[in-house]
Ligand binder design. Structure first.
Ligand code: SAM
Length: 227
């Protein structure tokens, strides 16, 4: 065993089987140079969500929180025919994401919608109910943490049976079980609420996966929509 401090992720997880590395490195650099915050998934986490999308045979993916499109590139590469709809509120982020997706040759398979996901998801759900849009078979939720339940609740109504829903950042270095934070920190309160509500939700089966990453000790909630 080596301690986490000694463990350089560049030499371990992030070097293993990450496809289109050059494209991803370029996308990351463009995000950085454009002044976007360094809050995208790590390469190994990107690969993880891509594999989950592959396992689900996802052809129609919804992403909430695009940033500069780094995770979107992983998702769109789940298969050569996978299409992604990704929602992002900030115009600079949308612009960088569109440039990155163009550079990655994915612009024709990814729709980036600019706006507040809290308002956009009900509109997408209406389109699905009116048969103007097909249901999603994979959802990646990675936007503001306070609205996670709103996003999850919509996602569960917008997906086909067997679909997978993943929510990022639900462990937060263990903050979600820190007695000093569980009644005082709004993000922690909302994430605990999310995990409890998803656990009680008869529409899905779910668990939380803890991850030691190069950025943080954190984790993802993963749910499968019932048949
Ligand atoms: N998924 C991206 C990746 O891994 O490359 C990272 C997304 S970043 C953690 C969160 C993004 O969600 C930010 O770009 C932020 O502007 C966006 N966001 C925050 N609140 C939002 C909202 N209400 N609606 C849409 N996007 C939002």
């Amino acid at each position: 065993w080596v301690s986490v401090d000694e463990w350089t992720f560049e030499q371990t997880h992030n070097r293993i089987a990450i496809p289109s590395k050059e494209v991803l490195a370029k996308a990351f650099k463009h995000q950085e140079e454009s002044g976007l915050p360094d809050i995208s998934v790590s390469p190994s986490q990107g690969k993880y969500i891509q594999l989950q999308a592959k396992i689900t045979n996802a052809q129609h993916i919804l992403e909430v929180g695009t940033l500069g499109g780094y995770s979107t590139i992983f998702l769109a590469n789940a298969s050569p025919t996978t299409r992604v709809t990704s929602i992002e509120s900030l115009s600079l982020h949308v612009q960088v994401a569109r440039e990155n997706l163009e550079m990655a040759g994915l612009a024709d398979r990814v729709e980036v919608i600019q706006g507040d996901a809290v308002a956009i998801l009900p509109a997408l759900l209406k389109d699905i109910e009116n048969s103007q849009r097909e249901k999603f078979d994979f959802v990646f939720i990675d936007a503001d943490k306070l609205n996670n339940w709103v996003y999850f609740d919509h996602a569960a109504n917008m997906t086909r049976p067997g679909a997978c829903i993943i929510v990022d950042n639900v462990v937060r270095r263990g903050a979600i079980i820190d007695p000093k934070l569980i009644d005082t920190d709004e993000t922690v309160i909302k994430i605990r609420e999310l995990i409890e509500r998803v656990g009680d939700d008869s529409r899905v089966d779910s668990t939380v996966l803890q991850m030691v990453g190069d950025k943080n000790y954190d984790g993802m909630l993963i749910a499968v929509v019932g048949r």
